[in-house]
Design a binder for this molecule. Structure first.
Ligand SMILES: [Zn+2]
Length: 375
């Protein structure tokens, strides 16, 4: 018996508990992503920019000068300035590796990111389960050590690529600009223009990784409790991608997904994912607990094939209207082409489609030709 089943047996007995209308979310607050972004900024971005400021920028004029000499004279080695540049950049790489070790990064991520996410996730899941179950589940923590270690190792590798890319970028900028005869000052401002992009990228990585970690922990916690299925819950704001909103809507209509058989998140490739696994996905899995009644359960029955088909055509009519309102000059072929992805989704969500359509077509054919089968 799983821990959850044991708790349910003790707390509920014969009385079945109803799922509350409002279940709190387990979406990780953004503060954790910001904490991680700050760590990346302080320990990597500031250091790598400092090195470029100290070891690269002051050399720009002499590189430009050497390049000018090379183009004026036939006796000077044409490539010597480029070799000097490569040497400077590889020195910068060496200094970077000395300034920030993998061990230090691992410790910082563990202490400043992982532990915070774990505490927050614990609180969020406890609150959510308490709301659903009506009791507090104590001592339900699964072993998270290997999950945390995997996250730390993977993230050290991931964020270490930031300075690697940055120095590649700097070297390319200098090469290209020196070759096209730009002055040192111009090259310097080109280099500085690249900085905001790196800081933005760090923020994206931090937000994505912390949300992913949290959803992995939730999945582990659910697994430890014997929870295998969930309702897909999106963040409910306008940043939710349409496909995920659709999965959330399906959940509200009664569709339950299993961790072992996640729904399709990319219609084009057929790729599947659990909530929180897509890039920057903030969706969460709200646990389905056997024995807990859903107050809307009666309406939450999954639609039949015929209902789903009717629903598809209703939505299609709406899409057609907005499409031609937005682009009156468009042709019906263009609309049909656009509609293809929706048809693909429908077919994937209803694998029974093929068999039913075949049957219907065969029946129609029999009707037309008047054959009564081969009995
Ligand atoms: Zn999502």
């Amino acid at each position: 018996m799983t821990q959850l089943a044991a708790i349910l047996a003790v707390t509920h007995g014969a009385a079945r508990r109803r799922r509350p209308a409002h279940v709190p979310t387990t979406e990780l607050p953004q503060i954790h992503g910001r904490n991680y972004a700050r760590l990346i900024n302080d320990r990597l971005l500031v250091v790598m920019r400092g090195l470029v400021d100290r070891l690269v920028i002051p050399e720009l004029s002499s590189i430009v000068h050497a390049a000018e000499l090379a183009s004026d004279s036939l006796t000077v080695d044409l490539e010597s300035w480029a070799t000097t540049l490569t040497e400077i950049i590889s020195n910068v790489r060496i200094q970077m590796a000395r300034a920030v070790s993998d061990k230090e990064l691992a410790e910082l991520i563990d202490r400043q990111v992982v532990s915070g996410v774990m505490v927050a996730n614990n609180h969020l899941n406890r609150t959510q389960l308490r709301a659903i179950l009506g009791v507090d589940i104590l001592g339900a923590d699964p072993q998270l050590r290997s999950l945390a270690a995997g996250f730390v190792a993977e993230n050290v590798g991931l964020i270490k690529t930031i300075p690697v890319k940055y120095f590649d970028d700097i070297e390319r900028i200098i090469l290209r600009n020196v070759q096209s005869g730009r002055r040192a000052g111009e090259i310097e401002s080109e280099i500085r223009k690249r900085w905001p992009a790196y800081s933005e990228n760090a923020k994206l990585i931090a937000a994505d990784q912390t949300a992913k970690l949290s959803s992995q922990i939730t999945k582990k916690r659910h697994g430890a409790l014997g929870i295998t299925e969930y309702y897909w819950r999106d963040s409910g704001d306008d940043r939710v991608r349409p496909r995920h909103r659709k999965l959330g809507d399906m959940s509200r209509d009664g569709k339950i997904f299993a961790y072992k058989k996640p729904p399709i998140v990319d219609v084009r490739t057929g790729r599947t994912a659990n909530p929180g696994e897509d890039f920057r996905c903030r969706c969460t899995a709200e646990p389905v607990i056997p024995g807990i009644d859903d107050p809307e359960k009666k309406t939450r029955r999954a639609p039949t094939y015929a209902e789903a088909k009717a629903q598809y055509f209703r939505e299609r009519a709406g899409r057609e209207k907005t499409f031609f309102e937005a682009t009156p000059e468009a042709t019906h072929e263009e609309f049909a082409k656009r509609e293809k992805s929706f048809v693909a989704v429908f077919k994937m969500q209803h694998p029974e489609h093929r068999a039913i359509e075949k049957k219907t077509k065969a029946a129609e054919k029999r009707k037309r030709t008047g054959t009564r089968g081969t009995r």
